[in-house]
Design a protein around this ligand. Structure first.
Ligand SMILES: NC(=O)c1ccc[n+]([C@@H]2O[C@H](COP(=O)([O-])OP(=O)(O)OC[C@H]3O[C@@H](n4cnc5c(N)ncnc54)[C@H](OP(=O)(O)O)[C@@H]3O)[C@@H](O)[C@H]2O)c1
Length: 276
């Protein structure tokens, strides 16, 4: 299966879909990441705070796939905000993963109350300049946070990974990203909820194309131009989720799925949510 690629503002590329690894821990977690690689995923999304970077690195080595053919993304948690702290936090991720470089490194949350995300961003730029990270980006940044780091550093993040699913289509953020050349990634793309996969709008679109509801939702992300990062522990669902490049939703179907907007899944407001 050929996965299309998306070109970032730094000239590097990412596959148009990636594999989410949150809650894939321990031996079963490593096995799940391995089956995802065998299914064809080439972008793995982890974070220091998922406590599974060791498992992700192990799966990459066990797969036998060349390191340069796999993109590993990880995220810096709040306890490492600050310039020197960011360099130290990155080294912890790199050691856990057992790699020479990380393909995409993101600031996990902006933590505006802590107020160190600009210094943190400057250290991310240094990591990229040193060749330790290929592309740098952020996660859960609002327009205000993005504007500030761009103005103060002159460097536009390659990626902003945000909550995005049919209950929270993030139209304004996607428009802002498009305007600034920032690639959107969707976290919790399936909304972790039956309310999306059972919705008649989604099941009707799926039936019209002979696909599953999850495939219709993931295709919706692709057509919005965002990179979805579905997680599944099941090899069958991993393969199902990857198989979304052989059909196209109509504009009406895309719009009707977007109309399921009801809000965030939980209180993950980037202005107030704090994770360290
Ligand atoms: N940056 C951030 O702050 C942030 C926050 C949250 C998440 N993330 C990233 O986003 C990734 C995805 O989010 P998520 O794991 O929370 O949620 P998700 O991918 O939207 O949903 C995962 C849930 O859906 C089920 N599922 C997967 N494929 C399915 C299918 N084809 N049919 C029916 N059910 C299916 C999974 O069950 P099974 O495993 O049993 O298949 C699991 O319960 C995470 O793993 C993580 O990498 C980032």
């Amino acid at each position: 299966m050929t996965i299309p690629s998306m070109t970032l503002n730094d000239g590097h590329t990412l596959p148009a879909i990636g594999f989410g690894t949150y809650q894939l821990n321990g031996r079963q977690g490593a096995d799940a990441v391995l089956t995802a690689l065998e299914a064809g995923y080439r972008l793995l999304d982890t974070a220091l705070n998922y406590e599974n970077e060791v498992e992700v690195g192990e799966a990459v080595r066990r797969s036998g796939i060349a390191r340069e053919d796999i993109m590993i993304a990880s995220k810096l948690p709040g306890r490492f905000h600050g310039y020197e702290e960011t360099l130290a936090g990155f080294e912890e991720s790199r050691a856990n993963l057992g790699v020479d470089y990380v393909d995409l490194f993101l600031i996990h949350w902006p933590l505006p109350r802590v107020g160190k995300y600009v210094d943190t961003w400057r250290a991310m730029i240094r990591l990229r300049e040193e060749g330790l990270v290929r592309s740098i980006g952020v996660s859960n940044f609002t327009q205000e946070h993005l504007t500030r780091i761009i103005q103060e550093s002159g460097v536009v993040p390659a990626v902003n990974q945000i909550e995005l699913h049919p209950h929270f289509p993030q139209e304004a953020m996607r428009a802002f990203h498009a305007e600034h050349g920032i690639q959107t990634q969707s976290w919790t793309p399936l909304a972790r909820q039956r309310s999306v996969l059972d919705d008649p709008v989604v099941t009707a679109a799926a039936a019209a194309h002979g696909v599953t509801p999850a495939q219709a939702v993931l295709r919706w992300h692709v057509q919005l131009g965002s990179i979805p990062l579905p997680k599944s522990a099941s090899p069958a669902r991993q393969a199902e989720n990857l198989d979304v490049f052989g059909f196209t939703l109509t504009e009406e179907e895309v719009a009707s799925i977007s109309s399921l907007e009801s809000g965030r899944l939980w209180d993950g407001d980037p202005d107030t949510n704090e994770e360290f």
